[in-house]
Design a protein. Structure first.
Length: 118
């Protein structure tokens, strides 16, 4: 099997999170775009055209074009992980107890932020 894989931060980076890259550790989120709950629809989130997600997409295209004699696959992060990286893991876990409606709104995607990811 040939697998195209990247770090967990690529989707959050595509939504506008600032990612810290290092030669020694896995990429980590340096700036969460939903640090404040605010209005999800008016958040700073946007889909960006550079960064790790487009590079992974190009790698997948090259893998398909090479057509190796093996099964091919890719790894993508799901809506909960993306939401957690956008919000901040600690804050999101607190939100599940203190403001569950925010979590429901974020995960339901009515605001358009995570629509189509689940």
């Amino acid at each position: 099997m040939v697998l195209a894989y990247n770090d967990l931060a690529k989707e959050a980076e595509a939504f506008g999170c600032k990612v810290k890259y290092s030669d020694y550790v896995v990429p980590s989120i340096e700036g969460h775009v939903l640090e404040r709950q605010g209005n999800l629809a008016a958040s700073a989130c946007r889909i960006v055209q550079d960064g790790a997600a487009p590079r992974l997409h190009r790698a997948c295209e090259a893998l398909v074009k090479a057509a190796p004699p093996a099964a091919m696959g890719a790894v993508a992060v799901g809506p909960w992980t993306i939401a957690m990286l956008l919000r901040n893991p600690e804050m999101m876990l607190l939100d599940t107890f203190e403001d569950p409606q925010f979590i429901h709104d974020l995960m339901r995607g009515d605001h358009g932020l995570l629509q189509g990811l689940g």
